[in-house]
Design a protein around this ligand. Structure first.
Ligand code: MN
Length: 327
């Protein structure tokens, strides 16, 4: 049987760190599949070296820009243009079948069973469930499909300026043709959905197998104190669930940072790990929460009932919420 693989993409240094954490999370859950990282040409040598220690294959790819800058600007996500490089994954024809996973995803249990699915299998996008989210999808590498995808791009562009628009208009029967190609939401649980449908998260969130840190604020946008196990930094939008965020940082600081330290040697590098100064009185740390963050939190939970549920819930781990919000 030909090989099967999990494939991810790192277009810059930050996403490379995400890819490292994703790779480690797949290994920790004993995947029997190959791990492949596609990297942009600007990813530094030390980062590529670390990726090579985690992944079976690291392939440098040219960054294809969609060129659809008007759309991208409209979406306020100019960084998405480079994700067109994702299409390169179809050229990995030495594998019979693969699962593509965004570098901003984290695996919470073994997901090798995904390789039993057919192209194109994916989970619904929480913003428009008749579209699939392109953060996690099953595909069959093929030069023919790759050529068709590129042609489709040239002719039709992307309705959202990113790869998700292209892939949804190319695989346009996903919503209606075959239910077996609809992955359960637990294979691509976006943190956004936790806030938009809290009772469903309470009911099913414990079964999550993959968490996807959707949105502009990524795990690596924060800083982390490994000793105190506290996350801090720009809490501009509370899109990431603090428990999953803590999982990400715990894995990153314990399994990835040591590899980076080895590669960089005496060279300084930005790990994102910082030891936060201790306060004499625990309550004094309260001032570190910004009024904006508090306002956003209260907007997100919308009702006092939900807020009190958040703080008491066993599923969401009230202690972690508390320490996250009151750093
Ligand atoms: Mn993503």
């Amino acid at each position: 049987m030909a090989d099967q693989a999990f494939v991810t993409l790192a277009t810059n240094e930050s996403y490379a760190r995400g890819a490292m954490v994703l790779g480690k999370s797949l290994r920790n859950h004993n995947t029997t599949k190959k791990l492949v990282a596609l990297v942009g040409p600007h990813v530094s040598e030390p980062c590529q070296s670390v990726l090579k220690r985690i992944f079976d294959e690291v392939r440098v790819v040219d960054v294809l820009d969609s060129g659809d800058t008007a759309h991208l600007a409209m979406m306020k996500r100019p960084d998405l243009g480079v994700t067109f490089t994702k299409l390169h994954c179809w050229t990995l024809t030495h594998y019979s079948k693969c699962v593509f996973m965004d570098a901003d995803t984290l695996v919470l249990s073994n997901i090798d069973e995904l390789l039993e699915r057919e192209e194109l299998s994916a989970a619904p996008d929480p913003g428009w469930p008749d579209c699939f989210n392109s953060g996690v999808f099953v595909f069959s590498p093929s030069n023919e499909t790759y050529a068709k995808l590129l042609q489709h791009c040239t002719e039709h562009g992307s309705f959202d300026g990113g790869d998700q628009g292209v892939l949804n208009s190319f695989f346009n029967t996903w919503a209606t043709a075959d239910i077996s190609k609809h992955l359960p939401f637990i294979y691509n649980l976006s943190s956004i959905a936790i806030y938009t449908y809290l009772p469903a998260f309470k009911q099913y969130g414990g079964n999550a197998k993959v968490v996807h840190f959707l949105g502009k604020t990524k795990p690596w946008s924060y800083t982390f104190d490994p000793k105190a196990k506290q996350i801090s930094g720009s809490v501009h939008e509370a899109t990431a669930h603090p428990t999953f965020l803590l999982d990400w940082w715990t894995l990153y600081s314990s399994a990835v940072v040591p590899l980076l330290q080895e590669q960089y040697g005496d060279q300084p590098f930005h790990s994102g790990c910082v030891e936060v100064k201790k306060h004499n009185h625990p309550k004094s740390s309260f001032k570190h929460i910004t009024s904006t963050a508090l306002l956003q939190f209260t907007t997100l939970v919308t009702t006092r009932a939900e807020a009190s549920w958040l703080f008491s819930s066993k599923v969401m781990n009230g202690t972690r919420w508390f320490s996250f919000l009151f750093l």
